[in-house]
Design a protein around this ligand. Structure first.
Ligand code: T3D
Length: 265
């Protein structure tokens, strides 16, 4: 396993790479993994770093301790020299969301506990969400007089529909894991002690797929396009995927009743 974030980097963002899977762990458990400016910079660097690592074929984003992420560190926000809200979004939060969406690898949010504010938004920006049975999602913005950000106004309605998104965003009530599963906000809920294993096993399955086709599927599934554009994009993606040797290898493996040996690239 490759570990990044050792001596040369503070440990509030951990990166571990093994078997084609990069696991990025938010690691400020005493503050429920709330995000400071340096932590956001390290998180962005971590995502960008693994995104361009050709050995990485799936990414897991999770938190240490009892939280996934409590969003913006509100103590930092209260500092007299804190940057303006919009500056912070433009300079730090939005690039993180864009990096998650732009990564060619699928990103699994393994939501181990509470995901609040921008912490929830980060989970919504991932391609897949699986949750521990005690996890909750809290659009806590309204409680501090803010509006949902980091993509949540776009992602949440597309994940759960406008009616539910309006309740979750406006009322700010915590959505528990069972409810999140029922409304389609997450695709799986498992006991807390099984979450890391579930995420690892899903990531390993993703890592075994043809990476080019997986990246194209991720792009094609992106919900930030209308149907006409999606139909066109599906056609383009299929043409690109079909032209790659991994497609021929997949067909051959099927016919020969053997596992495929994808070359990637
Ligand atoms: O730059 C910008 O501001 C723009 C971007 C904004 C994006 C945002 O994310 S705005 C939304 C920010 N997040 C929140 O408003 C959530 C605040 N936290 C909570 O509402 C609650 O802590 C939770 C619902 C997440 C969990 O509640 P609970 O009862 O399980 O835990 P707790 O006791 O409230 O928190 C435990 C500790 O974590 C506590 O520290 P202490 O007292 O033990 O020393 C608490 O202060 C700390 N903590 C929790 N959330 C944050 C935090 N510290 C700093 N910032 C936090 N966001």
């Amino acid at each position: 396993m490759t570990e990044r974030g050792g001596d040369e980097a503070p440990a509030d963002v951990l990166v571990a790479i093994a078997g084609g899977v990069a696991t990025i762990t938010l690691n400020r458990p005493a503050a429920l993994n709330a995000l400071t400016i340096p932590m956001k910079e390290r998180l962005l660097a971590a995502i960008q770093g693994v995104a361009c690592d050709r050995a990485v074929r799936a990414i897991v984003l999770t938190g240490s301790g009892r939280a996934f992420c409590a969003g913006q560190d509100l103590k930092e926000r209260l500092a007299p020299d804190a940057p303006s809200l919009d500056e912070e979004l433009i300079l730090r939060y939005n690039p993180i969301v864009r990096a998650l969406r732009a990564a060619p690898q699928p990103v699994i949010a393994a939501v181990n506990g509470v995901a609040a504010g921008a912490g929830a938004s980060l989970a919504f920006a991932c391609d897949l969400r699986i949750a521990a049975d005690g996890a909750t999602f809290v659009l806590a913005f309204g409680r501090i007089g803010l509006v949902p950000d980091s993509g949540a106004t776009w992602t949440l309605p597309r994940l759960v529909g406008g009616a539910r998104a309006a309740e979750i965003a406006l009322l700010g009530d915590a959505v528990g894991a069972a409810e999140a599963l029922r409304i389609g906000l997450v695709s799986r809920v498992v006991p807390a002690d099984a979450l890391a294993g579930e995420a690892a096993s899903m990531a390993a399955r993703l890592a075994a797929l043809a990476p080019g086709a997986t990246a194209l599927t991720k792009q094609a599934l992106a919900f930030d396009r209308d149907l006409d554009a999606a139909l066109d994009a599906e056609a383009d993606a299929q043409a690109a995927a079909g032209a790659h040797p991994d497609h021929a290898e997949g067909l051959a493996a099927f016919l020969e009743k053997r596992p495929p040996r994808f070359s990637g690239g």
